[in-house]
Ligand binder design. Sequence first.
Ligand code: PLP
Length: 342
Amino acid sequence: MKIDLRSDTVTIPTPAMLNAIYNAKVGDDVYKEDPSVNALEDYVANLFGKKSALYFPTGSMANQAAIKLHTNPGEQLICDKWGHVYNYEGGGVSFNSGVSCKLVDGSRGKITADLAEKAINPPDFYHSPKTSLVCVENTTNKGGGACYELDELKAIHQVCKQHGLGYHLDGARIANAIIAKKQDPKEFGKLFDTITICLSKGLGAPMGTVLVGDEAIMQNAMRVRKVLGGGMRQVGFMAAAGLFALQNQFERLEEDHKKANELGEMLASLNFVEKVESVETNIVIFYLDEKVDAEKFMHKLDELGIRISDMGEGKMRMVTHLDYTEIMHDFMLENFRKAYID
Ligand SMILES: *Cc1c(COP(=O)(O)O)cnc(C)c1O
């Protein structure tokens, strides 16, 4: 048995999803003539109560497009020091938009209204870059799947409104947050100017992210996507997989969260684990005790058929997902402790 907990991006389409792909009606999406893409975009716009949505091949491209729509070259955005847009999008913020990032020292990848406000450059002090956008991540990736309280997001929204800043949500795993905190997606729609939601993470589609926003900001989104090389033709096959995921694999995220929580408890009971971050969704971050040689540990896991992510300096990550079955879970709870021998 092979157990892959490196990420929730490793899932393979189920037979039912393959069926949805096989039966998808398609057309040329660059002409906006793909009925499956149009249906997906309508569905996601409605989900968040926004006017407009656009399908992208990846979450990075959708975030990058959003940043481009909110900013002009030379300006600055505010995000947490662990932000995906800053750390894991290949420097796209500067490459694509000519924008710099003002990093905020948040907690588990989350910022606060107070930190955001303090990071805004004085608008009439022309020596510093003009602040034009705040990006938050929910759930946080590097922060181990932590979720925001809606009240904090509202407070940040107030700061953005007061200072005339755009407000973007990198919602790669917003579905996990919505399930974990029993929130209404429309609440997020009310607060944010733009939101991305990844279909290829916990939701389990092979690819795709949808960017939503109101008409004014989204007017230029098709052009920006084209510039980034993201105009696709009969991509309805993949959009159909995305729509299937939203309609059939959203509620079940609860199971991933339950398993992640149980993995967290199991890890906390092991004498070679120094600390486990509190598990809020489907990501489990833990730290190995000093006595453990991480390389040997990973090797031993490999022999057990288990793959997880080594994030360096003893920090390890597991992510539960659709293809992580009950049988695998039982095996993990039973055998993971064998990865370290005194
Ligand atoms: C995965 C992820 C993205 C998008 O990544 P792609 O691999 O480009 O789809 C964006 N933000 C966060 C927080 C993510 O975890």
